[in-house]
Ligand binder design. Structure first.
Ligand code: HEC
Ligand code: HEC
Ligand code: HEC
Ligand code: HEC
Ligand code: HEC
Ligand code: HEC
Ligand code: HEC
Ligand code: HEC
Ligand code: HEC
Ligand code: HEC
Ligand code: HEC
Length: 427
């Protein structure tokens, strides 16, 4: 808005007083040309109060500026002259867009306006996008063609704070168009996320809006390798703003695997989601996130679940216990064999020491993934389990044999006794 005012101010001052340059407008009253400048400013402010109408537009607005004007079929043909004049196209006049019209009387029906004559780049980007099949005209995102403002003007439909609502008009899960195309309710998910909150509640212009991740005109499906939302492009897309985290991620095993083309490794959205991103330190994230690592590392999830740390987490929602990333880090995750890894033997005292103040070399002998089936990893547990199993099996075998023999013996005595009884009767 401010820049717009400055731009028009400058134009008008220069026209009114060719000798006054924009620089002079900003100079204090002590300068020689002060009075001329003050006059010029007053003049400009007066002119701005009632937006100047392009001379040719003025002729059109004599009819079309009247409120409530309709065409033969009852369709409104009123154009708000003040808004149009203040808009980004205000200085161009009506006929740059309505090229069929040369004056009045004009034809009752004219050819549709082609925005592409002046905005060829945007038009061709749009025609190669997911929105190409005609559902999205320029006006679907830019609104009324007579009140278009620059994208950094809060009145613009594509001003950062307004973009989610603009895209959300269709991507809301319940509008007629959403039903027709099966579009899910991305809007609500996004608004409840950390980015949506930062944008709508904190008014943070730098928070990610739809455009920041998807682009504006050349939006592609996430299945398209050219798309910024294609799996291997996601770290760079988020990294535009989270640069330091992208660097850490790329130094870790997951980032390296993605770079090497292993699509099974996670990118940002596998752990954070795309539209429902939570604050990672919030209890809600810490409580539900163990399965995030566990979905891919099932064996370690299983052994973690058997440990004190996990049991504590399950009991009454204890948030402070160690989650996978408290020991492994979240982004710079490395195999135990890597000297830089948080779980490398040399670094364990430090890693565990974050929470266990007195941790020393013997404390970190504790196995966070103790697995009694794994002789190499947990030899003690392995042999205890082996002994217990052998004991169980031999005790069971002994008693089965014992019971069997007991049954046979008692049956034998029973038969023997009954035969002896019969012999006595006959005698
Ligand atoms: C004297 C009044 C008058 C003036 C001046 C006038 N128009 Fe119109 N305009 C009309 C009327 C009435 C209609 C509705 C025509 C109809 O539906 O039969 C119309 C319709 C239109 C339409 C819609 C056409 C369509 O296809 O639906 C456009 C666009 C338009 N005018 C632009 C302009 C422009 C640009 C100017 C200035 C160069 C202008 N008009 C000057 C009265 C005027
Ligand atoms: C930036 C381009 C642009 C400019 C400049 C412009 N229009 Fe339009 N106008 C459009 C578009 C787009 C439509 C929608 C119909 C279409 O696509 O042809 C439209 C539609 C109209 C209509 C039909 C009613 C409606 O809303 O559908 C009228 C009347 C009209 N314009 C008058 C004017 C007048 C008067 C001016 C100048 C004060 C003007 N237009 C300037 C782009 C423009
Ligand atoms: C799917 C929504 C959408 C559609 C459809 C759309 N735009 Fe945009 N447009 C945007 C967004 C979002 C921005 C803001 C981009 C930014 O902030 O960098 C924008 C910005 C612009 C800009 C400013 C320069 C730029 O590229 O950033 C122009 C000019 C523009 N659009 C013209 C058009 C024209 C012409 C059409 C129709 C051919 C069109 N747009 C269709 C969403 C859209
Ligand atoms: C006659 C050429 C012309 C036509 C036709 C035209 N525009 Fe523009 N448009 C311009 C000019 C010139 C600017 C101002 C560029 C600037 O300030 O950098 C502009 C600016 C814009 C902007 C703001 C750019 C920004 O920096 O944020 C948008 C959005 C836009 N036009 C959309 C449209 C749409 C939508 C249509 C069709 C309804 C259209 N334009 C038709 C010439 C045109
Ligand atoms: C006028 C309604 C409308 C608006 C506004 C709109 N979209 Fe869409 N969008 C659609 C439709 C309809 C589709 C499905 C197109 C298809 O499947 O052919 C779509 C598809 C998409 C897709 C691809 C979905 C997929 O499954 O492949 C993305 C991503 C997308 N839109 C993002 C956006 C963004 C970001 C904005 C705002 C800058 C936006 N859309 C504005 C209607 C809209
Ligand atoms: C922080 C980045 C980010 C933001 C902000 C964002 N998206 Fe997405 N979006 C993605 C990613 C990444 C995907 C790809 C699918 C996935 O990973 O879940 C996606 C997927 C989509 C899809 C469907 C699937 C497809 O094929 O691409 C639509 C539709 C969509 N987004 C629309 C929107 C809309 C509308 C907004 C704003 C309200 C928005 N997105 C905000 C990153 C984002
Ligand atoms: C346009 C810049 C931008 C992009 C792109 C972006 N973010 Fe953000 N993100 C932010 C800002 C700004 C915040 C801070 C919000 C706050 O603290 O209120 C944030 C916050 C976050 C947070 C919460 C951080 C915390 O400490 O609470 C996470 C997690 C996050 N983003 C993940 C992502 C992911 C994953 C992507 C990609 C899919 C992404 N972001 C893309 C700007 C961006
Ligand atoms: C393997 C899962 C995973 C991947 C992949 C991942 N993150 Fe994270 N991210 C986490 C976890 C877990 C936390 C919480 C860390 C904590 O609480 O110490 C986190 C924290 C964050 C934070 C908050 C700041 C911080 O360090 O605590 C931001 C922002 C963030 N991640 C962005 C990203 C971005 C951007 C990417 C992609 C380049 C990404 N994450 C990849 C799991 C992941
Ligand atoms: C989308 C699946 C996926 C998710 C989610 C995931 N990982 Fe991984 N992880 C992999 C792949 C693939 C590798 C590399 C191949 C391999 O060595 O197993 C890997 C490697 C590792 C390694 C090195 C193991 C080794 O043997 O070299 C560790 C440690 C690790 N991940 C921990 C985590 C932690 C902690 C989380 C959660 C914060 C997590 N992973 C989330 C898929 C995933
Ligand atoms: C209390 C700290 C701690 C927690 C919590 C923890 N780990 Fe570990 N993790 C370790 C240590 C130490 C090692 C290395 C020794 C070993 O293999 O037991 C390891 C080993 C691993 C390995 C193999 C790494 C390699 O290089 O071979 C993976 C994969 C792994 N953990 C994933 C996970 C996942 C997934 C979770 C959560 C479900 C998790 N860890 C929870 C400390 C932890
Ligand atoms: C995020 C914090 C955190 C990290 C990191 C962490 N723990 Fe724990 N751990 C806890 C909490 C909380 C408890 C339960 C309270 C307590 O007893 O101290 C616990 C309990 C334990 C216990 C059982 C109770 C005890 O104190 O004897 C052992 C053993 C243990 N942790 C070992 C480790 C080892 C080994 C590491 C490093 C590989 C580690 N922990 C990393 C938070 C953590």
């Amino acid at each position: 808005m401010a820049s717009l005012v400055r731009r028009s101010l400058r134009g008008r001052v220069n026209k009114a007083l060719p000798q006054a340059t924009p620089g002079q407008c900003l100079q204090g009253p002590a300068k020689p040309s002060a009075s001329t400048v003050i006059l010029a400013v007053i003049f400009a402010v007066l002119v701005l109060a009632a937006p100047a109408v392009h001379p040719q537009s003025a002729a059109c607005l004599e009819c079309h500026g009247a409120p409530g004007m309709t065409d033969a079929s009852g369709h409104s043909i009123t154009v708000d002259g003040n808004t149009f004049s203040a808009s980004v196209h205000g200085g161009l006049g009506c006929t740059v867009c309505h090229t069929d019209i040369k004056g009045y009387p004009h034809p009752a029906h004219v050819a549709p306006v082609q925005c592409s004559t002046c905005h060829a780049d945007q038009a061709s980007a749009l025609s190669g996008s997911v929105h190409a099949d005609g559902v999205s005209q320029c006006s679907n995102c830019h609104g009324d063609p007579h009140s278009i403002f620059p994208k950094d003007d809060p009145r613009s439909d594509v001003y950062p704070l307004n973009i989610p609502r603009t895209c959300g008009a269709c991507h809301d899960g319940h509008s007629a168009l959403a039903k027709k195309y099966g579009l899910s309710n991305v809007y609500s998910e996004y608004m409840d996320s950390i980015h949506g909150f930062a944008l709508s509640k904190e008014g943070l212009l730098v928070a990610a809006n739809c455009q920041a991740c998807h682009g504006s005109h050349h939006i592609l499906s996430h299945n398209n390798p050219q798309s910024p939302t294609y799996k291997t492009n996601i770290p760079a897309t988020c990294g535009k703003c989270h640069a330091a985290i992208e660097a850490k991620y790329e130094a870790g095993i997951h980032g390296k695997q993605i770079l090497a083309g292993n699509l099974k490794a996670p990118v940002c959205t596998d752990c954070h989601t795309a539209h429902s991103i939570l604050q990672p330190t919030a209890a809600a994230f810490r409580m539900q996130s163990t399965p995030i690592c566990g979905d891919c590392h099932k064996a370690q999830l299983g052994t973690y679940r058997d440990t004190f740390h996990s049991q504590l987490g399950l009991l009454g929602g204890y948030v402070q216990t160690a989650r996978c990333w408290d020991c492994h880090r979240a982004h710079e995750i490395l195999p135990a064999s890597d000297p830089l890894s948080a779980i490398n033997k040399a670094n364990l005292v430090k890693t565990c020491g974050r929470c266990h103040a007195g941790a020393n070399a013997s404390f970190v002998e504790y196995q966070p993934h103790a697995d009694p089936r794994n002789r190499k990893l947990s030899p003690g547990l392995y042999f205890v389990r082996l002994f217990m199993n052998l004991l169980l099996i031999s005790v069971l075998t002994f008693f089965v044999i014992h019971t069997l023999m007991w049954t046979i013996r008692s049956r034998y005595i029973q038969i023997k006794n009954s035969k002896a009884g019969e012999g006595e009767k006959h005698a």
